[in-house]
Write a protein that binds this ligand. Structure first.
Ligand SMILES: [Zn+2]
Length: 491
């Protein structure tokens, strides 16, 4: 009987979903000045919230601070990632105001955690239905009940970047990539967060299971080539891995370039959003004995902390604005030699016009461009070791048009992000002569003459074709120009 109980219970050191939710909620209450608990979405099958904790001072404000993301438990049985995230959150709380480095990071970074990304799949493991379960609980055969043989999507093959080339198309495979990219609410939750936050770094925690153990993977090697930022991404993986001591106490983790392209979080976050993303394969077994967990977490802190430190190391950062109005601009920032025109442009953010490019020390040619503005070059920009080079750029409009400060406040867009219809609410005092919607490449999608009051855009182009998901720009013209971002997400 005792033996049976032992078999049926994972070591209680491992968090259940309820324990994660309770602890995050307690922390958000106790440390309300520096934490904010968010729900990014809900799982399809058990309707469990996908929780995120933001840690920063002035936590309710989107400050002009670099953002870093930590994710645990893409794969249900790889539960060490949950423990590392929760342990790190605890350490930040305990040592805020006492440890000078931690206090500085909390005050000057926006630190995001999604400790338990896959709560449905995690419940399969924790309830001992199958302690080797990898996927979520997607009902692949629409039977209305959960079946281990058919159901579940491998969340780390479900992202929309070379999606069709990764995992398996067979729903009964544990590597099933899903019926289409971003079919799962768990991956959409990460996508929506990443599209709004300009993350500089992400660590996504997995556990050893297949292949090599105690490894830091980074993007990418593919078809004989490497990711455009390869040397810069790699040096960080090398440094981080040296800070991660192996379970046996001898030597450290190994940094390896990820081979091939597929719909993993790592490839999507880097390829689409430009986030330097590392996949940490923790420990040498998937679920080590509970007595080892604290030690494993403690040995992972130096790697996680390194990202918080490195974000202000060598690189180029600055804000881009309109030379006439001073308004922040989302512009494309190109580092020549480390650029791939096939990837979405790396842009400054919309709120502050802030960009942050992590680079090895050296000399770089920078180009800043935005439709409607004169492209601007900063050749021979020096990046020194251990510090960010400041590069603030004011872009000049083409055509000599000199608009007054943009009346952004006269337009409200909701919901944003939106799924299939966008409500554009114009202020009564607005006198726009036209509204035009552009895609991210600056191509016109549709326009609306003499707009007034409340307008619904049904996410269709001028020929009434449904547009694809992504980021769109609404440009409203009168004697002034107002620009608003629309994020479109397909369900
Ligand atoms: Zn994994």
């Amino acid at each position: 009987m005792i033996w049976l109980l032992f078999l049926l219970t994972l070591d209680p050191r491992y968090h259940t979903f309820d324990e994660v939710a309770y602890e995050l909620d307690s922390i958000a209450n106790q440390y309300s000045d520096i934490t904010k608990l968010d729900t990014l979405g809900y799982t399809d099958i058990d309707n469990i919230p996908i929780l995120a904790l933001k840690v920063s001072d002035n936590v309710m404000v989107e400050e002009d601070e670099p953002a870093i993301l930590y994710i645990g438990c893409h794969h249900a049985e790889e539960i060490l990632g949950i423990e590392i995230c929760m342990y790190m959150i605890g350490a930040l709380m305990n040592e805020y105001d006492t440890d000078s480095a931690i206090t500085y990071w909390v005050n000057n970074r926006e630190i995001w955690f999604v400790p338990l990304m896959n709560p449905d799949g995690h419940s399969v493991v924790m309830s001992h239905l199958d302690t080797t379960w990898r996927d979520n609980k997607a009902d692949n055969n629409n039977s209305g009940s959960f079946e281990l043989e058919y159901d579940g999507v491998d969340l780390n093959r479900n992202y929309d970047f070379y999606w069709s080339e990764g995992g398996s198309s067979d729903p009964s495979s544990e590597f099933y990539r899903g019926p289409y990219a971003f079919s799962e609410p768990e991956t959409r939750a990460i996508r929506d967060l990443a599209l709004i936050q300009n993350f500089v770094f992400c660590n996504t925690y997995h556990s050893a299971r297949y292949g090599l153990t105690e490894v830091v993977y980074y993007p990418w090697r593919h078809a004989g080539g490497y990711s455009p930022d390869y040397p810069h991404i790699r040096v960080i993986a090398d440094t981080m891995s040296k800070r991660l001591i192996r379970d046996n106490g001898i030597g450290h983790y190994t940094a390896l370039v990820g081979q091939g392209l597929d719909g993993t979080a790592r490839n999507w976050l880097y390829g689409v959003c430009g986030v330097f993303t590392y996949c940490i394969e923790v420990s040498t077994t998937t679920i080590p004995p509970g007595g080892m967990v604290d030690d494993i977490c403690e040995r992972n802190l130096p790697g996680a902390y390194y990202l918080l430190e490195r974000v202000s190391g060598s690189g180029i950062t600055g804000c881009i604005n309109d030379s006439t109005t001073g308004e922040a601009l989302s512009a494309e920032v190109i580092v020549h030699g480390y650029y791939d025109a096939d990837l979405p442009p790396r842009r400054s953010d919309t709120t502050y016009g802030r960009f942050c490019r992590i680079l090895k020390p050296g000399i770089y040619d920078i180009e800043i461009r935005k439709r409607g503005y004169v492209p601007t070059y900063r050749e021979n920009t020096v990046v020194a070791d251990g510090q960010m080079t400041e590069l603030n750029v004011s872009l000049v409009r083409t055509g000599g048009e000199q608009p007054a400060p943009s009346p952004q406040k006269k337009i409200k867009i909701s919901p944003n992000p939106s799924t299939n219809a966008v409500i554009i609410q114009l202020d009564q005092e607005s006198d726009f002569s036209s509204l035009t919607i552009y895609d991210v490449l600056g191509r016109m999608v549709t326009d609306i003459e003499n707009p007034s009051g409340q307008i619904t855009w049904r996410c269709r182009d001028a020929d009434n074709r449904e547009v694809s998901e992504g980021i769109y720009w609404l440009v409203a013209r009168s004697d002034q120009i107002a620009v608003q971002k629309i994020v479109l997400i397909k369900r």
